[in-house]
Ligand binder design. Sequence first.
Ligand code: ADP
Ligand code: MG
Length: 239
Amino acid sequence: MIKFENISVTYGNHVAVEDVSFDVQDGGLYAIIGPNGAGKSTLLKAIIGILPLTKGAINIDPAIAAHMAYLPQQSNIDRSFPISVFDTVAMGLWQEIGPFQNYPPDATDRVHQALNEVGMSSYINRPIGTLSGGQFQRVLFARMSLQNADLILLDEPFNNLDEPTIEDLTNIIMKWNKAGKTILTVLHDLDIVRDCFPQAALLARHLVAFGSTEDVLTVDNIRTSYRLARQWGGINQHV
Ligand code: ADP
Ligand code: MG
């Protein structure tokens, strides 16, 4: 589904990702892990095409490239913007109908259903500014459900969330995957990676390891990622 061929991404002189190659299979559930500054967010941004590659190529089915869902790290949406939960979730329909078009007649039902899935349907008319961080993340997951993309990219979706929310959102990710979606998720919590993600990519600018999570998460591989992180001063950060 996605082929990374020797890709490098740099910001000015700073190399963020170097010579990374791996293949993502259709329907896979992948965790992307690595120390802070390892290039994980950069890799996702390169997939969605908002960052140019310095070297190499990302080969991705054009039909899929045209219809991906991406949740950035620490969602950049300005929550003081006076928009309701309904409108936030309904934006998930934009790829289907085009932005600023009228919603289709079944939009309300579909938004309700998506909010139900994340336990937030009673909040449908609330301004998003009144939600807790966890509730807002649930709403963003509802929006992703509505987007119905074949490829879903999530950048640290569980940061600063409470345990019940993490558990619920993990279950939703697994449900999406069971429905056939291909999912790449940047994560810090290695227990969640071990329990729920069959495949993993360990990044430290270079790709340290890739494959089944069990094979990737070895002491040796983690040590190697720390050793590489020391070279850019990321060693004090957790993997
Ligand atoms: P991760 O998500 O693994 O923590 P990032 O992909 O965000 O890492 O960043 C990789 C490296 O690139 C880091 O050293 C970071 O400081 C640097 N970097 C990220 N974004 C920018 C940017 N817009 N301009 C310059 N350097 C950047
Ligand atoms: Mg990041």
